[in-house]
Design a protein around this ligand. Structure first.
Ligand code: FEO
Ligand code: CA
Ligand code: CA
Ligand code: CA
Length: 642
């Protein structure tokens, strides 16, 4: 079975949060002013720059329409399809060198492990762009997983070298970019260019650091780990660091003992006898849970990396909980506390929120470096009258002695809650959701959106913890094939409020196949914008909501008329959704970032050619398909989407 099927069975920053209320004056306004000078057509009033503040009274609307492009028809072509007036080019593909000392990519078999360490990783996912100046930036890209057949000469029996090469293709790629004659390019050997892989040293911080649950043979201190992998979505902190989110970490662990029954905690996190065909445990004892039962506790975290300091050791922030992290959407609350919204992408898992104890202090790096270590983690409960597609909700603190969490439910300290977060959220009776993928906060008001990608077991099954998944609230359909987008507004416009109101922004469906009912989709789903499995979700600074899909691309049956996976833009006020991009055969479209002036859109094309779909993207002819970051621009140099 291909990894993408595992992904579907088992289970995503961006610059558009509102945290800049405090930092815009210091940082982003300068960037915005530069951008404005370069793009006269993109006019906003002072105070409505990138990541602008909610509650900023001077916000105006752009002079150009939010959705100013012509909708693209669905497609099954093996290329990237864009509206008239737009063009794209590849930025970097799996195996392309990030250093002049590595050879150009030619063929998978010719790529050595040493070269992979100096090349772009495989299957790019979430991205965050850190601007240096108007024409220079650092792009951090997650490399979520590998296509094993390109790494293992015999997928059932890889060699130690092949496993090592595979480990080096995971993690994060940090790239210096520069713009020349209007085109963004990768700068080989740039000062911030580096790989963080499954073999890189990392540190743990926060409540679980040093806890017995994190202690292993090679690290009896439980404070220093090795590697990050299964990196899905990202996040950006107000202090300019990257958050990279570990998702399907269970895929890498196996158990060598003949008679083995997973513990309830292992079962809840999908750990079992077999891995997903990676075979790392054969060569690297830490991936054999028979010998290292705590090693899986060292993955499933949000990891903070300073993109500007290539010597920085990544930190796993245990206060943000351990689960199959999708992305980490960071906003600043009115009082400056840091709020992080996070989804756990598996059927019937939960939506989470972290609120820091202390407030962000612009320019105080030492203070800010501890903000994600102390605070309160919450899980969401949604409430609604029967059959209503809107309602209220509350955030349940995952703290010892609160919400049913304590010795009776198996928890003796906060570290255990951080490590076994799913079990704590179940004890608190959080609401099971249809696979929470990316979360994105509106740039100028307190409103947050989350893609619930699908859930074929809704109404008929239970989650990995045996918790039933009844139909209702934000999960209104049994055996949910298409997915939906939920949004919520914190009470009083305050992201630290423990209550919120919610509604469904879109219920994906297929009006070509279904005449009525929810499977025909909400009123903003039309024959012209059909899609399934919303996954990537991000606001641009203008306030358009962009949606990327990781769905069924058969273009048949329930999915007739939807074509390849795609990217759409939505107007959150009117509800209109318009298709902007269609990806090549077999791909997932995941990962999006805009240049500071909004004239370039970086988009991730992951696993083109999946399901033997016959893709040769992006190189064409007889080339093997390769995951690729592309750059989309307007031929007139204007603002993307306008
Ligand atoms: Fe890596 Fe849930 O997507
Ligand atoms: Ca995926
Ligand atoms: Ca995803
Ligand atoms: Ca997905």
């Amino acid at each position: 079975m291909q990894y993408g099927e595992f992904d579907d069975q088992n289970h995503p920053r961006h610059s558009t949060s509102d945290f800049a209320r405090l930092i815009d004056a210091a940082l982003d306004r300068r960037a915005f002013m530069r951008a404005s000078l370069g793009t006269a057509a993109f006019i906003l009033t002072t105070g409505c720059d990138s990541q602008s503040a909610q509650n900023t009274s001077s916000i105006s609307t752009p002079t150009e329409p939010l959705l100013g492009f012509d909708a693209v028809a669905s497609s099954t072509a093996d290329t990237v399809t864009l509206p008239p007036g737009y063009t794209w080019s590849p930025l970097i593909s799996w195996g392309d060198p990030i250093s002049a000392s590595a050879n150009p990519f030619s063929h998978p078999d010719a790529l050595t492990a040493a070269e992979q360490a100096l090349a772009f990783g495989d299957n790019n996912d979430g991205m965050t762009l850190f601007e240096v100046d108007a024409d220079h930036a650092v792009l951090a890209v997650n490399n979520e997983y590998i296509n094993r057949w390109n790494f293992y000469s015999d997928t059932a029996n890889p060699t130690a070298d092949e496993v090592s090469k595979a480990q080096l293709a995971h993690g994060v790629t940090l790239l210096n970019l520069h713009r020349e004659n209007g085109a963004w390019r990768v700068q080989l050997d740039g000062p911030n260019t580096r790989r963080v892989t499954a073999q890189s040293p990392v540190q743990f911080s926060g409540p679980a650091s040093g806890h017995s649950l994190l202690q292993t043979t090679v690290d009896p201190s439980g404070t220093a780990g090795t590697g990050t992998f299964a990196n899905c979505g990202t996040g950006r902190t107000p202090w300019g660091t990257l958050l990279t989110c570990e998702e399907n970490f269970n895929a890498y662990f196996s158990h060598s003992a003949a008679a083995y029954t997973p513990t309830p905690a292992q079962q809840r996190y999908g750990l079992g006898e077999s891995d997903w065909g990676l075979h790392w445990g054969r060569f690297d004892a830490r991936f054999d849970t028979a010998s290292e039962p705590n090693e899986p506790h060292r993955f499933g975290w949000v990891v903070e990396i300073d993109p500007m300091d290539p010597t920085n050791t990544p930190r796993k922030r245990t206060a943000l909980g351990r689960f199959k992290h999708e992305n980490a959407e960071v906003v600043l609350a009115k009082d400056g506390r840091v709020v992080v919204y996070m989804g756990d992408d598996e059927r019937g898992e939960y939506l989470y929120r972290f609120v820091s104890s202390a407030s962000f202090r612009p320019g105080d790096a030492a203070h800010n470096s501890t903000l994600l270590d102390e605070g309160t983690l919450y899980a969401a409960r949604f409430e609604a009258p029967d059959d209503a597609l809107s309602g209220s909700g509350q955030w349940l603190a995952l703290k010892l002695g609160e919400n049913g969490i304590g010795p009776d439910s198996g928890f003796n300290d906060q570290a255990e809650i951080c490590v076994l977060t799913r079990l704590a959220a179940t004890a608190a009776a959080a609401t099971t959701l249809d696979r929470p993928e990316w979360v994105s906060a509106h740039p100028t008001k307190a409103e947050v959106y989350c893609a619930l990608t699908n859930n074929t077991a809704r109404g008929v099954g239970s989650n990995a913890g045996g918790v039933s998944m009844p139909v209702g609230g934000p999960n209104p359909r049994a055996e949910n094939l298409y997915g939906q987008i939920v949004r919520w507004r914190p009470t009083g416009g305050d992201h630290t409020s423990d209550t919120f109101d919610w509604d469904l922004f879109a219920v994906a469906g297929n009006p070509l196949v279904h005449n009525d009912g929810l499977n025909a989709g909400s009123s903003n789903i039309t024959p012209g914008n059909l899609f399934n499995a919303p996954d990537g979700l991000a606001f641009d600074k203008r306030g358009a909501l962009w949606i990327q899909t990781d769905g069924n691309f058969s273009n048949a049956g329930e999915f007739a008329g939807m074509g390849n996976n795609q990217m759409l833009a939505a107007n959150p006020e009117t509800g209109e959704i318009r298709r902007f991009l269609v990806g090549p055969l077999g791909c997932e479209v995941t990962g999006m970032q805009w240049s500071e002036d909004n004239t370039a859109l970086f988009v991730g094309i992951q696993h083109p050619g999946d399901h033997s779909s016959g893709s040769h993207f992006p190189d064409g002819d007889d080339a093997i398909p390769r995951a690729t970051v592309i750059v989309v621009t307007r031929q007139d140099g204007g603002v993307i989407g306008a």
